[in-house]
Design a protein around this ligand. Structure first.
Ligand code: FAD
Length: 564
């Protein structure tokens, strides 16, 4: 406790009675978080970080400069390794193995830091304040409210589950977003089996209770269905052999296929595997209502409404914006957007010292394209409307340097209009700027936002920490590289996302992976790759050790089905 709450040390007086004498000590002089005394007099910029998820934790892990005072505010005092949440729902891993106390993350860092368990309910940029509410109840029953000032604000509050306002979802479905959700699912699955085991329950009721429905054919929904199937085939067979014949798993997806964001080969493999495993795939089917016993779906091809009885539903249809972010967006005039728009340096558009990263934000591509058009107009010094091919290539180099995402996008898509334009340019030895801008608008409509993944969030956190580490040095050269002056100049290189691939675990020790260069790998060997990548990505040696021992325990003794 003393280690994790050094700021309370001033108040801590421990009294022991030893050998008839009284020994009292209070260690008020201890410095916090390893913060060096050499910096204690220097004025410190205060960085307020909202959230303890992927983006915030990566920022805190990578921040090194001791000249900041960091205040972390989040309703949860730990970081959770979300890719292993589906494994938590059936007891393959335990909750404590995939979480790391947030104070452990910054305890050994050189900067001064503290954590408050509270949620931010309002961001006031005019007065540079965030309004927070404690998640703990006071003795009077309410929750304590307080304000926190900032010099820099890092918004990394993630997102919430999206219900698309479908009636009954909040009341009757389970979400799979937080550790508590996964624990609730685990208890609920075991509840279903225990209820179905009671002698008074009819055959028909057993069939209903043991019908597990997963809504959403994205990676999380598919992985959960695979994990549940593993539990049924490996553990239910052993623990509830009399119930196995009643168990059914159905996966409902509104579009025609599951795992749409993956290569077609992966989608096909996953669909065929699920069919072999007896998991029913209801694609082209949209959920319109949920009650405590039944789910109503609308078949997209016929418009027919079908009622399906169930014992438990897990809702995993993607993410939506948190109310506090929506309020903030209204206040800063970003009402027509789904998530907070930032520039390529992750600054919230129009706000100098407010940064947003992870699932709650996205880089505004429209602005990127407008800026590129402006760079071209500026390069056309004589207002001739054309650029020589040599000059064009020079400008393009600058553009790609400043907007790396555009280069990645163009390489991946080999955009037709761009190719045509470049061919014309090569033929004529000069390029028409207006035509080029038209091609850019085409890019604008096609360029997609970055995916809402842990990979993006973690890279953004590390990037922002690196900017903060170099802030002081870079302030000496506020103009940035010469070629960007006048057009959204900034002292740092813009954020560049490096896609390292994506996994889709399918259960039964089978995993599919789409690696950079659209390289696809499927099967048991990919499962081993998944084990090693995820073990290496865990944030500490403690969690790494715990997760690997959970995997070993499951392998030797099976999963634990006690309802605790
Ligand atoms: P989060 O990690 O969600 O963190 C948000 C933080 O903000 C939390 O600490 C939260 O408590 C805090 N917060 C919330 N409200 C407030 C408030 N009002 N004030 C202050 N703090 C607040 N991605 C991958 O790349 N690979 C995977 O394999 C993968 N698997 C996944 C499996 C599941 C089941 C799920 C749900 C997600 C998975 N993801 C995966 C996606 C990944 O988890 C998210 O993209 C990532 O968590 C986003 O990081 P973040 O920091 O933006 O948000």
């Amino acid at each position: 406790l003393y280690r994790d709450h050094p700021h309370l040390s001033k108040l801590l007086v421990v009294t022991t009675i030893s050998g008839g004498g009284i020994l009292a000590f209070s260690d008020a002089g201890q410095s916090q978080s390893g913060y060096s005394a050499a910096h204690s007099d220097a004025p410190k910029k205060k960085v307020v970080v909202l959230g303890t998820g992927w983006a915030a934790t990566s920022f805190l892990k990578n921040l090194k400069d001791p000249s900041y005072k960091v205040q972390v505010i989040s309703p949860r005092n730990y970081f959770a390794f979300t890719p292993l949440l589906p494994s938590l729902t059936n007891g393959t891993v335990e909750a404590r193995s995939i979480v790391e106390p947030i104070r452990n993350i910054f305890r050994k860092k050189k900067y001064e830091a503290e954590y408050e368990e509270a949620e931010c309910y309002k961001i006031d940029v005019q007065n540079r304040k965030v309004h927070c509410r404690s998640t703990q109840q006071t003795s009077l029953g309410g929750s304590e409210e307080f304000e926190v000032d900032y010099d820099y604000l890092v918004i990394a509050m993630g997102a919430r589950s999206n219900t698309f306002n479908t009636p009954g979802v909040v009341e009757h479905a389970h979400f799979l977003k937080e550790v508590e959700d996964a624990q609730r699912i685990r208890r609920s699955v075991i509840d279903c089996f225990e209820r179905a085991s009671l002698p008074s329950v009819s055959e028909e009721e057993k069939t209903r209770i043991l019908h597990f429905v997963v809504v959403g054919g994205g990676p999380a929904g598919v992985e959960f269905a695979g994990e549940l199937h593993d539990f049924v085939t490996e553990d239910v067979k052993r623990i509830y052999p009399h119930l196995q014949k009643y168990v059914k798993i159905t996966l409902i997806e509104a579009t025609d296929h599951i795992l749409n964001m993956f290569d077609k080969r992966i989608t096909k493999f996953a669909e065929e595997k699920f069919l072999r495993d007896g998991i029913e795939l209801k694609t082209g089917s949209m959920v319109v209502k949920l009650t405590d016993k039944g789910i109503s779906t609308k078949e997209m091809s016929t418009g027919q409404i079908v009622d399906i009885p169930f014992g438990m539903v897990v809702w995993s249809t993607g993410i939506g914006t948190r109310p506090v972010i929506m309020e903030f967006m209204k206040e800063i005039g970003q009402t027509n957007r789904r998530v907070l728009a930032t520039d390529e340096w992750l600054r919230v558009e129009g706000l100098e010292s407010v940064y947003a990263l992870g699932d709650c934000a996205t880089i505004n591509q429209r602005k990127v394209v407008e800026d590129i058009a402006a760079i071209f107009s500026k390069a056309d010094k004589n207002n001739s409307g054309t650029l020589k091919i040599g000059d064009f290539k020079e400008v393009m180099k600058d553009v790609f340097d400043r907007y790396p995402q555009l280069e990645i996008y163009l390489k991946k898509k080999q955009l037709k209009t761009f190719d045509q334009l470049l061919k014309t340019a090569e033929g004529n030895e000069e390029i028409n700027i207006e035509k080029f801008k038209a091609a850019l608008s085409e890019v604008d409509t096609q360029m997609k936002n970055l995916p809402a993944t842990a990979q993006v969030a973690a890279q953004q956190g590390a990037y922002l920490a690196d900017c903060f580490n170099r802030m002081e040095q870079c302030e000496k050269y506020p103009e940035g590289p010469l070629r960007f002056r006048g057009i959204g100049r900034h002292r740092f290189h813009p954020f560049r996302y490096r896609h390292l691939g994506q996994f889709a675990p399918l259960g039964g020790e089978q995993t599919a992976a789409q690696l950079p260069g659209d390289w696809v790998s499927i099967g048991q060997s990919t499962q081993w790759l998944w084990y090693s990548v995820y073990a290496s990505k865990l944030v500490s040696w403690r969690t790494r050790f715990l997760v690997v021992s959970d995997w070993t325990r499951r392998y030797i003794f099976g999963r634990d089905s006690s309802r605790i």
